[in-house]
Design a protein around this ligand. Sequence first.
Ligand code: S3P
Length: 172
Amino acid sequence: IDEAVCQMYPVLIGLMGCGKSSIGRLLSQELGLTMLDLDHYIVDKAGKTIPEIFDEHGEEGFRDLETEALREVLGTPVVIASGGGVVMREENRIMLEAHAPVIWLKSSLHFLANRIQGDDNRPLTAGRDALTVLQQLADIRYPYYSQCADYILHRGKMNKAASLHAVLEYLK
Ligand code: S3P
């Protein structure tokens, strides 16, 4: 493991389904770091699933927990796979802008929609047309992702291994 690369604690951002968790896991193994999935961290802490949190406390309640979680883990020696909406709060964008490296995994909306359509664990798209929702989210979030990101990986047709390789090249 490269010492210089190892001093960095990457944060992965991007829309639902873009591979933050799966590439984050591979990246954490390469860097010898723990992988921290921000959604899992919130679920463990709350003792409730993401749909339960949305049902009981609404999206804003979830965003409160997400902001608290980000504040707790950002800068600790882990690879963070964030939730797609982490950039929605200005407070979070400020934290992410001050942190490096933040990596935006960008894929086509059609590719993402195919991956997440029918997944009940994602309240924002459950029971709705995923592509339509993603288009609306992209309009709002793309400027935020680019504001926070130090590096944008345009995945195109890149598989996980190729994506991992590209991120590692960037981190070198
Ligand atoms: C959300 C994305 C989800 C999860 C929650 C809200 C979003 O995480 O945090 O359902 O607002 O885009 P993933 O990006 O890991 O699916």
